[in-house]
Design a protein around this ligand. Structure first.
Ligand SMILES: [Zn+2]
Length: 194
C-alpha cells in the first residue's frame, strides 16, 4: 500500500481564535447531530463520528461527481468521518504537503523560513514569539494566516478523506459552530497527508 492510494487528507474546522474552545463539548455534538452533520459516534470515548444525513448539504463539494463514501465498506475504501482533536491546553499546529508559507500580519509579506519558526515554536510552545524577517514584527505563530493550507487550534474537527479545496463548509454549519463558542467565529483549512 502506498501513501498516495488511500489517505487523501482532511478538512479541518476550528475556532478562528486558536485559543478558543467550545464551552460545552457534548452540547456541540448534540447540535451537530440535530442538524445532520454527524450521526452516531464510532467510538465510545466520543472522539470519532459517522457523518450525518445532511452532511452533503452542510458541506458543498466542488466538481461534478464527488465519489464520497460516508460509511465503512467491505472494499476497505477510505470513508469520510469526523475525528475530534482536543481540547488541548495550547494550540496544536496542523500542516500537510499542501501547506504554503504564511504571511506576516504586519507587512503581509510571505515568511519563507516558516519551517524553522515552527520548529522553534514546538520547542517552546508556551513562550515562543516569531520575529518577521522583513519588518521585525513579533507574532505568535498560532495566529499566522495560512490561507487555508494549515492552521492552529486547541479544538479541531477533522473531516477525514477530503482533498484540499474539494469541500467547502456552508454558512449554516459555520453559524451552528459559532453558537458553541460564545458567538466567536470558526474558520476552516485543509491538510493533505505528506
Ligand atoms: Zn513583517
Amino acid at each position: 500500500m502506498t501513501a498516495t492510494t488511500l489517505h487523501t487528507g482532511r478538512l479541518v474546522l476550528t475556532p478562528e481564535d486558536p485559543y478558543q474552545i467550545p464551552k460545552n463539548q457534548s452540547s456541540l455534538f448534540q447540535h451537530l447531530q440535530k442538524i445532520g452533520f454527524i450521526a452516531e459516534g464510532l467510538e465510545t470515548e466520543g472522539k470519532k463520528f459517522l457523518l450525518g444525513e445532511r452532511f452533503l448539504q452542510l458541506v458543498s463539494f466542488m466538481g461534478c461527481s464527488p465519489n464520497i463514501q460516508l460509511e465503512p465498506n467491505s472494499a476497505g475504501k477510505p470513508f469520510c468521518h469526523l475525528i475530534v482533536s482536543g481540547p488541548d491546553p495550547l494550540p496544536q499546529f496542523l500542516k500537510g504537503r499542501n501547506t504554503t508559507p504564511p504571511r506576516c500580519e504586519q507587512c503581509k509579506k510571505r515568511l519563507p523560513d516558516w519551517q524553522t519558526t515552527i520548529q522553534a515554536w514546538k520547542e517552546d510552545p508556551r513562550h515562543f514569539i516569531a520575529t518577521c524577517s522583513h519588518c521585525n514584527h513579533r507574532q505568535n505563530p498560532a495566529s499566522y494566516n495560512w490561507r487555508q493550507s494549515a492552521g492552529s487550534g486547541r479544538f479541531m474537527l477533522l473531516v477525514e478523506n477530503i482533498f484540499p479545496q474539494e469541500a467547502i463548509p456552508s454558512t449554516e454549519l459555520l453559524k451552528v459552530l459559532q453558537t458553541t463558542t460564545r458567538n466567536k467565529s470558526w474558520h476552516y483549512f485543509y491538510v493533505q497527508d505528506d
